[in-house]
Design a protein around this ligand. Structure first.
Ligand SMILES: CC(C)(COP(=O)(O)OP(=O)(O)OC[C@H]1O[C@@H](n2cnc3c(N)ncnc32)[C@H](O)[C@@H]1OP(=O)(O)O)[C@@H](O)C(=O)NCCC(=O)NCCS
Length: 144
């Protein structure tokens, strides 16, 4: 049987081609016992944005295979405008690593946003049968 990936054309793409920015106003329904936003709610938004970036790069579905790193730097509060910035950091044969940076703008504070979390996740592009599918190479940062 032919290798399902052998004849696919995989042109190189740049990180900017699949960059995703996802913004969300946090709700008091998402708070934990301490009155700040539950980390799992933030992680879902991170996964959503990173999956969208991976899916854009792969031009099709991509599933989360690993959360490689997740650091919460500052609490998120109800009313904050939270923004997840997701960008491809690397691409293998079928896998993609996506870096995320999360910032918030406080509803009652002027000035620049605060960085509240950073992370890195790995996704695998899949075909209609859920099997790994080849993805494009990623250009070096700053290329083209
Ligand atoms: C992702 C999945 C399709 C991979 O299947 P698999 O048979 O393990 O695939 P392979 O062993 O051929 O590996 C495929 C790629 O994933 C990478 N990979 C597999 N496990 C990994 C892990 N734990 N961490 C990082 N990369 C991993 C491999 O290195 C390989 O990368 P490459 O092709 O770029 O070299 C399968 O594990 C799966 O369906 N997992 C569940 C995904 C899921 O439900 N996620 C949550 C909801 S989105």
């Amino acid at each position: 049987m032919a290798d399902r990936n052998a004849t696919l054309s995989t042109p190189t793409k740049r990180p900017a081609d699949s960059r995703v920015t996802l913004a969300h106003i946090m709700s008091e329904h998402d708070t934990n016992l301490y009155g700040t936003i539950h980390g799992g709610v933030v992680m879902k938004l991170i996964d959503d944005a990173a999956a969208a970036a991976a899916g854009r790069h792969a031009e099709g579905p991509a599933v989360t295979v690993s959360v490689d790193r997740m650091t919460f730097l500052a609490p998120v509060r109800a009313g904050d405008l939270l923004t997840v910035h997701a960008e491809l950091e690397g691409a293998g044969r079928t896998s993609m690593t996506v870096g995320v940076r999360v910032t918030v703008e406080r509803w009652n504070a002027a000035g620049p946003g605060t960085e509240v979390a950073i992370g890195r996740l790995t996704f695998v592009a899949i075909d209609a049968d859920g099997r790994p599918r080849r993805v494009s190479a990623l250009a070096e940062a700053g290329a083209g």
